[in-house]
Design a protein around this ligand. Structure first.
Ligand code: VGL
Ligand code: ZN
Length: 239
């Protein structure tokens, strides 16, 4: 083989390596660009779920600056609030002999029991004071029926009572949702899964979310989401 041919083979090999590497490396992929038919759903970034709250998620407050930055890329933003009645069925204190993080059977199935949290109108239930998303268009409150929980922003835990969010997003021409907030394995995951059920494209922004992790629930949530076609992305994938 003459030396020119050997050199050009080397160049081809190098180009091939770059192409293969590029396909597998996120940093080289085109950024995801939210458009007029995309919405960011900021799930439950409330005092109850951060340090000092009634049901703190480890590192929950760390999502605030990440979400504020992300939100600048979105024309459409929905904010959710967990919004329980006093004596709500999801509170351990409403069930004699039960402690937080145990489960019980409610009429719609197994319910994890939580410390009293996010009671309607309390400071604990307020959106974190540093959340700064002035263009947010809708605040959706959920879990306000005393006998029914609602992790999902779309559908209550009975699987049949709608919050109205799906119809709202469809009426607004939204086709894809990006979900972030608290907690990855409960309200974020259930919201993303129900978004898929309602026919939206859905992605969860991992570094803009934090999980509670009860008995491996974070890993299970990611497995369920992947199976349902929810994309697992990082805030740096958006641009
Ligand atoms: C949540 C547990 C109870 C959540 C709400 O926002 O993920 N988790 N209520
Ligand atoms: Zn709750």
């Amino acid at each position: 083989m003459d030396s020119t041919r050997r050199e050009s083979l080397k160049v081809f090999a190098a180009l091939g390596a770059i192409a293969l590497g590029g396909a597998g490396m996120r940093a080289w992929a085109a950024p995801l660009k939210p458009g007029a038919d995309s919405a960011l759903i900021v799930v439950d970034v409330q005092n109850c779920f951060v340090t000092g709250g009634t049901l703190p998620v480890k590192g929950g407050e760390e999502v605030v600056p990440v979400i504020n930055n992300l939100a600048k890329l979105f024309e459409n933003v929905v904010v959710t609030q967990d919004w329980h009645t006093p004596g709500h069925a999801s509170f351990a204190s409403s069930h004699t002999g039960k402690k937080p993080f145990e489960t019980t059977k409610l009429r719609y199935g197994t319910q994890v029991l939580w410390p009293d949290h996010c009671v309607q109108g309390s400071q604990d239930a307020a959106v974190h004071r540093d959340i700064a998303i002035p263009q947010a268009q809708l605040i959706i409150r959920k879990g306000f029926h005393k006998d029914t929980d609602s992790y999902s922003a779309f559908m209550e835990a009975d699987g049949k009572t709608s919050t109205g969010l799906g119809a709202y997003l469809k009426a607004r021409g939204i086709k894809e949702v990006y979900v972030a907030g608290l907690a990855t394995d409960f309200c974020v995951a259930w919201t993303a899964l129900d978004a898929r059920k309602a026919g939206f494209k859905a992605a969860v922004i991992e570094d803009a979310s934090r999980g509670i992790d009860l008995n491996g629930s974070v890993a299970k949530a990611w497995a369920d989401m992947t199976k349902a076609g929810v994309r697992r992305i990082q805030s740096t994938d958006l641009g």
